[in-house]
Each structure stands twice: as C-alpha cells, then as structure tokens.
Design a protein around this ligand. Structure first.
Ligand SMILES: [Zn+2]
Length: 92
C-alpha cells in the first residue's frame, strides 16, 4: 500500500495551482485529483492562504488521508510556517 502510493506520487507531477472564485463550491480551496489541479479562492487573508495551500497540497500528497487528518496536519504546518515568518510573495 505505502509502496504503491510512493510510486504513484513519483509518476504524478506537482499539481498546478490556480486562483479561482470558489463561492459556488462554498470552499476556500479545492484539489481536483483527476486534473491534478489545486484551486485557491482569491482574497483570503495571508494566514488563511497558507493554511488552504497546505490543506490542498496534503490532499495531493496523501489521497488516502481522511479530511480530519488533512485538517490536523495542515493546521500544524500552516501554524509552523506562519510562526517562522513565511508569507506569500505576490508576483503578479
Ligand atoms: Zn479538504
């Protein structure tokens, strides 16, 4: 099981991350496994944006995880990154 997931991940390229208004999905972020796309709702505050990005990336990394596990680990990662001073640089 673990071996299969690792090889699946090797084959799969990093997900494409795009900004899209997700109001109709009632979500701040979504991960589309088939298309391998992460969508992030624009206009999130900086802290929430880090959390949502970690959250959707964990869905990509760990397709077997429950939502509860994703939330638990994404919260830890986002809090840690925020505390270390990481912030998104807007390139546009
Ligand atoms: Zn989720």
């Amino acid at each position: 099981m673990q071996k299969k997931q690792q090889s699946d991940l090797k084959k799969k390229s990093e997900p494409t991350v795009v900004e899209r208004r997700l109001g109709k999905h009632n979500a701040d972020g979504l991960y589309w496994e088939q298309q391998n796309v992460i969508e992030i709702h624009p206009d999130l505050d900086a802290k929430n944006e880090i959390y949502v990005t970690c959250h959707e990336y964990n869905h990509y990394l760990h397709p077997d995880w429950t939502e509860k596990q994703v939330i638990k680990y994404s919260t830890k990662m986002a809090k840690f990154l925020w505390k270390q001073g990481y912030r998104k640089v807007k390139n546009k």
